[in-house]
Structures are given as structure tokens and as C-alpha cells.
Ligand binder design. Structure first.
Ligand code: NMX
Ligand code: MLT
Length: 425
């Protein structure tokens, strides 16, 4: 048994007991109420989900298992994965054990490559990644064990096994998507000596150690964002029907592929490059202001700004910004992102609609990738996906471990709503 599995096995019984007692003894206590605006507005702020892997505080941002993300930026993504799953960072032995587990399962079946190669030349890289994951579904241990008749108390074990295999294999699938879609040559074999992020960088075809550093940071920062964001919630809902981790992750990442969620990182770089093209170089602050107003006045959103929960600058943006400041402050794309940070919050405040005028994680990440030659921006959400898989799969394993029920909130009709509030027109 792997050390991560041992560590989980040691924690699960107490948590099961706690959840049982909470439901039994405090089951009728009220923790939230729902207004008409919330029912019509994406359930914003409704407390109806439990997620222990991480928490997003409106004024502080992401906190993973009690530790603010700003204190985790020097960690390896594998350490964060262990922390998300187990609740604490691994010691050196547990980290090594997890890395061994990942390198044992890094290889992907030939069918994945064959299917990716058969896809339309114009397929979006997210379409290809999700398809690749669904090809891997054939190897789901969860589905196999369920079909054999597994007890409910055992669900978490094959859910963990599938999740470990998925996280191990995702960099190879994602790198193959890159090399096939952008005609970079044959997929590159993994190097078992490298850590998870450096191996992904290597399979993309970039062995620059500074790029690997950036990839480690990138994969740490996108790993989780509590339970209510579109990708986490979707993964959770699909997995609650006992669809296996492959189906569930594919569903969650289909949500990440939306421009209001993860795809915003692609949109952000397009926004920055269009500005640079329009003004013939890095725009001045006045030009950024003019351009942002043009976007707003044409009824579009400014990508990379605003958030459903955050009410301050996203600490993940701050971490990317610090990396750019340290390594390439003069880069024109990075300089434009930095200038946007000075100007756009003011413009959005004046515009008066967005509840949060500050940058989110997607505002700055593309400038870093672009600097290192990863210029195909429709690939950016694939990188986000590889990282986000860690968080949503950790959430999934815990949901099965504590025996969470199938998700099924009650919907109401508009007529019911009108009667309920005494609507008279
Ligand atoms: N530019 C223009 N308008 C905005 C923006 C923005 N960046 N952010 C919010 N608004 C508008 C929003 O469209 C809404 O307008 P309306 O009343 O006409 O429907 C109004 O402000 C109120 O929205 P909020 O309550 O502030 O935001 P909400 O919680 O509904 O949505 C986002 C959150 C993130 C979807 C929204 O801020 C947005 O569309 N941002 C741009 C896209 C983006 O960066 N998404 C990435 C989020 C992070 N991620 O990776 O997932
Ligand atoms: C995320 O990382 O999932 C985004 O910031 C969106 C969110 O939390 O709603």
C-alpha cells in the first residue's frame, strides 16, 4: 500500500464518525438561507456544500488545508497534492513514495495518442485533453470494482487509485495534446528522474530549468479553489452519481473550458496581445484605459478581472506577478499585464458593475507562459486543467470516503417562486 493511502486510511474513520455525528445530532440546524436573487443568480453565497481541501476567503484568497497559498509557492505540486488529500504536507519519505507512484504510472496507452491524432486539426486543446481522459476511462479500477460488487465503505480506495493514476498520466496526455495539435513532432517520452512538473515541461519539449520552475509554480497555484467553483462543483455532482473519477474529471474540466472560468486565461492573453498590436507595442496607461472602456462599452467582460468570491487581488495573481518581476520585468507582454493591474481596477470601479474590480489568477499567468515560448494561448486552459485535477480529485476521494449522498437539490418553477414572494407583476 502506498504511503498516501496509509495516511488516508488512518484519517478516514475519525472523519466518518464526525460527519455522522454532525448529521445526526445537528442535522436540523440552519447554516444558510436562500434569497430569490441567489436562486436566480448562480446560488452565489449559498452555503450548501462541504469541502475541506481548501477555503477561499474574500479578502485573503486561497487557503489550502489552513495554509495561505502565498506560503506554499516554493513547494512542489506533488507536495500540494498530498496536502490536499491528507490534510498536511508530506515528509521527505512520503513525498518520495508519491513521486515513485507517479513515475510508475506516467505512461499512457497508445490508443490515447491514436485518438488524439485522429481528431480534427482544428480541435480545441481542451476538447483533446478531455477526450484523452475519456479514452483512459477504460482502465478505471473504480468502475471495475463497482461492477464486481464493492461495499460502500470501500469506495474511496479505488477512487484514490484512479485519482493517483490520472494525476500521474495527465502530464503525458496534456503534453501529447500540445505536440500533436501544434505539430511539434512526436510525443516525447517521460523522464523518470524528473519531478512531476519538470517532467511535464520536458514532455512539452522545453528543458530550460527556469521554465520548469515556472511550471512548478503554475501547477501549485491552480490546484484547488474550494468546492463551489464550476470545475470542482461539476466534478463533485457527477461523481456523486458514482460515475468514476475519469468521467467526473472530464465533466469538471468541460466546465473549466468555459471563458468565464478557466478559459479566461486564453482570453486574457488575446486581450493583451490585441492591445499591443493596436498600439504598436506595450500600451501606455492611457491606452489601456481607452481599450478597457472599448471592451466594456461593446458589452464584453474584461478577462482576468472580477471574481464570484474574492473581493481583493487574487494572491495567485500576486505570486505570478512576483515571478515575472523577478525574472523578466522588461518583457513587453508582462509589462502590459502589470500596467493593466494599475489601470483596470479603476476602470471597473468606475464602470460600477463588477463586485470585485481586482485581477484573478488568469490575468497574469499567460504572460509567463508566453515569455518562455509557449505562445499557443488556446493551450493555456490545458495547463490549468492538469493542476486543477489534483484538487477536484482530492475532493472526490473524500466525498466517497465519508459516504456523501448523490447531489440532488430541489428546483422550483417560476410560478412557485412568484406565489412564494407574492409577486403581483
Ligand atoms: N468585466 C466586465 N464586467 C464584469 C466583470 C469584468 N471582468 N466581472 C463582473 N462583471 C459584471 C458581470 O458580468 C455582471 O454583469 P450583469 O449584471 O450585466 O450580469 C456584474 O458585473 C456583476 O457580476 P459579479 O457579481 O461581480 O461577478 P460574478 O460573480 O457574476 O462573476 C466572474 C464572476 C469571474 C465570472 C466575472 O467577474 C467575470 O466574468 N470576469 C471575467 C472573466 C474571468 O476572468 N473569469 C475567470 C475567473 C477565474 N477562473 O479562473 O475561473
Ligand atoms: C478558480 O480557481 O476556480 C476560480 O478562481 C473560480 C472560482 O473560484 O470561482
Amino acid at each position: 500500500m502506498s504511503m498516501i493511502k496509509d495516511a488516508l486510511a488512518a484519517k478516514i474513520p475519525a472523519m466518518r464518525e464526525e460527519m455522522k455525528t454532525l448529521a445526526k445530532e445537528y442535522g436540523d440546524k440552519v447554516i444558510s438561507e436562500v434569497t430569490v436573487a441567489q436562486a436566480l443568480g448562480g446560488m452565489r453565497g449559498v452555503k450548501g456544500l462541504v469541502c475541506d481541501t481548501s477555503l477561499v476567503e474574500p479578502d485573503k484568497g486561497l487557503i489550502i488545508r489552513g495554509i495561505p497559498i502565498s506560503e506554499l509557492t516554493d513547494r512542489l505540486p506533488e507536495e500540494i497534492f498530498y496536502q490536499l488529500m491528507v490534510g498536511e504536507l508530506p515528509d521527505a519519505k512520503a513525498l518520495k513514495d508519491l513521486q515513485k507512484e507517479f513515475s510508475e504510472h506516467v505512461a499512457i496507452p497508445k490508443e490515447v495518442i491514436d485518438v488524439l491524432k485522429a481528431m480534427p486539426k482544428t480541435a480545441h486543446p481542451m476538447d483533446m485533453l478531455i477526450t484523452g481522459i475519456l479514452v483512459l476511462e477504460d482502465g478505471s479500477v473504480f468502475r471495475q470494482k463497482y461492477d464486481e460488487g464493492m461495499a460502500k465503505t470501500d469506495y474511496w480506495e479505488p477512487a484514490l487509485e484512479d485519482s493517483l493514476r490520472l494525476v500521474a498520466k495527465l502530464p503525458a496526455v496534456a503534453a501529447a495534446v500540445y505536440r500533436i495539435r501544434f505539430e511539434k513532432g512526436a510525443p516525447i517520452a517521460p523522464d523518470p528522474k524528473l519531478d512531476w512538473a519538470a517532467n511535464y515541461a520536458h514532455m512539452l519539449g522545453n528543458d530550460d530549468p527556469e521554465f520548469a520552475d515556472m511550471m512548478r509554480l503554475y501547477l501549485v497555484l491552480h490546484s484547488d479553489h474550494e468546492g463551489g467553483n464550476v470545475s470542482a462543483f461539476t466534478t463533485h455532482v457527477v461523481a456523486s452519481a458514482l460515475s468514476d473519477p475519469y468521467y467526473s474529471l472530464a465533466a469538471g474540466l468541460s466546465g473549466l473550458a468555459g471563458p468565464l472560468h478557466g478559459l479566461a486565461n486564453q482570453e486574457c492573453l488575446i486581450f493583451i496581445l490585441q492591445m499591443i498590436e493596436k498600439y504598436g507595442g506595450a500600451p501606455t496607461e492611457e491606452q489601456v484605459e481607452e481599450y478597457a472602456w472599448e471592451v466594456l462599452n461593446s458589452g464584453r467582460v474584461v478577462p482576468g478581472y472580477g471574481h464570484a468570491v474574492l473581493r481583493a487581488t487574487d494572491p495567485r495573481f500576486t505570486a505570478f506577478h512576483a515571478f515575472g518581476e523577478k525574472h523578466f520585468p522588461e518583457d513587453p507582454v508582462f509589462a502590459t499585464v502589470a500596467r493593466c493591474f494599475k489601470v483596470i481596477p479603476k476602470v471597473l470601479t468606475e464602470h460600477g458593475k463588477a463586485k470585485n474590480p481586482w485581477p484573478n489568477v488568469d490575468a497574469g499567468s499567460g504572460a509567463l507562459l508566453y515569455h518562455y515560448g509557449l505562445t499557443e494561448m488556446n493551450y493555456y486552459t490545458v495547463l490549468f486543467s492538469v493542476s486543477r485535477a489534483m484538487g477536484v480529485l482530492a475532493q472526490l476521494v473524500w466525498s466517497r470516503a465519508v459516504g456523501e449522498a448523490i447531489t440532488r437539490p430541489k428546483s422550483v418553477t417560476v410560478d412557485w417562486l412568484k406565489k412564494q414572494v407574492g409577486f403581483t407583476g
